[in-house]
Design a protein. Sequence first.
Length: 271
Amino acid sequence: MRSLRDGRRLDRSVHRHYRGATRGLALDLGSSRTRAWVPGQGVVADTVHGTGEYGPGRPVRRGRIVDPESCGRMLARIADRALGERREDAVIVLSHPVLAGPGHRAAARDLLRALGPSDVIVLDSARAAAACAGPGDGGGPLLVLDIGAELTEATLLVDGLVRDARLAETGLSDLDPGEPPTAAVRAVLDMVMAMWRQDPHGALLGALRRGPLLAGGGALRPDVTHRIAVRLGVPVRRTDDPATTVVRGAGLVLSSVLRHTTAPALPGRLR
């Protein structure tokens, strides 16, 4: 299990101005598939890795880019279909695992910049999921549990910033067909308990009372969601389509960025 306390620095804000941007593309580069979202169109691509279309093997494993060349070809194909060949007026937002290392983040930025957009935003998956969930329940600390194909993440958000994060390199693909999700649920419980032991301000308790937000393919499995709820002793929540929560949340961040770039400047407001 890896944690935020390993000393990794996280990007904390995407609030800045992107001059000249009028279009955009949001991407969720996962371990088993890549999803793409375009404002006004929704999810426009859901590419399964390992089909051989972009090269042998898979471009991403356990949340890390392991084959930049095939990953670049895949992203270029998606961008061509979603935005066309000329992308100087487009912003691309890409989500990454909360504890993605600097090498992964740098590789992701390089691949996106090679596509020729006006700018690139790299956003962690937990804040993307929170954006998708929205503030409808009054806000407060939020615990995001993202159970994917090869990674399971637990992230505590306070005031929209990452207070603590844990990652286990296990996921649904590690389960045999018909096998109960014991390992995935145990990974979640271990991470939550580790957070509990290092939470002097009680933010995790507030997040648990609010109800953890489940995302990823694991949130589609009733045996996973029920076991987590029972073991934690709290109700759990999920968005209407957990598998696309992260890419839709990244898309909402993108839409917000585009609204700011196209809004008329107010008197005395720096642009």
